[in-house]
Write a protein that binds this ligand. Structure first.
Ligand SMILES: Nc1ncnc2c1ncn2[C@@H]1O[C@H](COP(=O)(O)OP(=O)(O)OP(=O)(O)O)[C@@H](O)[C@H]1O
Length: 318
């Protein structure tokens, strides 16, 4: 991939909902950078404003939302962009993956149709070229039997495969930015790890700038390059993954880390790699970062999976 990707810079973003008479400020002036080839994690409790941040980037906030600050993408402030131009960027340059993959898939259109429609709208490719690209991208996201998958409908796939297809729809136009909002929350733990690994691979190979929204700091610990911790509409702490997880400064971050599961017990959902299908083994590799027997969340827990040097991680993933 030779094309240079564009990052995104949020400065002092404010979002207010409600009426003029009864305004409800949801986001209170946050800064965030999305950098090509990096996963930026946005973690925090429910209702802290993580999803609203993603919606603001995609220009799909609720109709009554009022915004302040700026979201700079390639020299344009997305908050001020006319709807028509925002429509052109959305899906092509800025894509989104949601918790529920069916939210981005039409139940009555086969997978080839969903992938090629999207491509033909944004890239104006011929039918034949769009079909070839659809097959290529299904292979990229590792959907089994991709030729046959193109002819199937969403209800014929499992949740994990559907999420891979939703990711294929998101990346088919080679966007610069991918907003992944709780992309694994609804999935079984072994499938979760595979999707997380896929996001990492796409980030590295396509030079994508990914914003990963999750309430689960455990997911962050295995994946994000940088982590921002959000609470009540504010980013209370931001830094590289290693320092956030090993040397948190804010009490709220410390509390989130304390809440991470550390011990395996009979009834938790730790999956013994020996007990799963060998095709999943690769994916499961990510899990031990989240679920280790170590007594505390320290360097030992983070182990080889957390490295200070992103280049070192890139090397490992090759
Ligand atoms: N359409 C809406 N109208 C008014 N308030 C809303 C609307 N949607 C969300 N909110 C409020 O905005 C705040 C931020 O919501 P948001 O969905 O961004 O939180 P979140 O951090 O993503 O939480 P979760 O993890 O539960 O999705 C919450 O207080 C929520 O109640």
């Amino acid at each position: 991939m030779t094309e240079t990707k564009t990052g995104l810079s949020i400065k002092n973003l404010e979002v207010t909902l409600g009426t003029m008479k009864e305004p409800k400020q949801i986001i209170h002036g946050i800064d965030l950078e999305l950098i090509p080839g990096q996963i930026t994690g946005l973690a925090g409790e429910s209702g802290s404003g993580k999803s609203m941040t993603g919606l603001a980037i995609c220009g799909i906030l609720p109709e009554n939302a009022r915004t302040g600050g700026s979201i700079d993408f390639g020299g344009r402030n997305l908050l001020k962009l006319p709807e028509r131009q925002m429509n052109q960027l959305r899906g092509k340059e800025i894509a989104m993956v949601f918790q529920d993959p069916t939210a981005s898939l039409h139940p009555m259109i086969n997978i080839e149709g969903q992938l090629t429609d999207h491509l033909r709208v944004h890239k104006r490719l011929s039918r034949k070229a769009a079909s070839a690209r659809a097959l290529e991208v299904l292979k990229l996201v590792q959907v089994p039997h991709p030729e046959a998958a193109l002819r199937k409908y969403p209800h014929q796939f499992s949740g994990g495969q559907l999420q891979r297809i939703a990711i294929a729809v998101a990346v088919i136009c080679e966007p610069s930015i991918l907003i992944a909002d709780e992309p694994t929350t609804a999935l079984d733990v072994t499938v979760q790890a595979g999707i997380l690994r896929l996001l990492r691979t796409l980030c590295d190979d396509l030079d994508l700038a990914i914003m990963l929204v999750t309430h689960d700091l455990g997911v962050m610990s295995s994946l994000a390059d940088r982590i921002s911790i959000m609470r009540q509409g504010l980013i209370v702490e931001e830094g590289d993954r290693y320092s956030i997880l090993t040397n948190p400064q804010h009490d709220y971050t410390k509390a989130l880390i304390d809440a991470l599961p550390r011990e395996r017990s009979e009834d938790d959902d730790y999956v013994d790699p020996a007990s799963v299908d060998s095709s999943l083994l690769d994916a499961v590799e990510l899990v031990p970062v989240i679920r280790d027997e170590s007594p505390s969340l320290n360097d030992e827990l983070l182990g080889a999976k957390i490295m200070e040097d992103p280049e070192e991680r890139k090397e490992e993933s090759r």
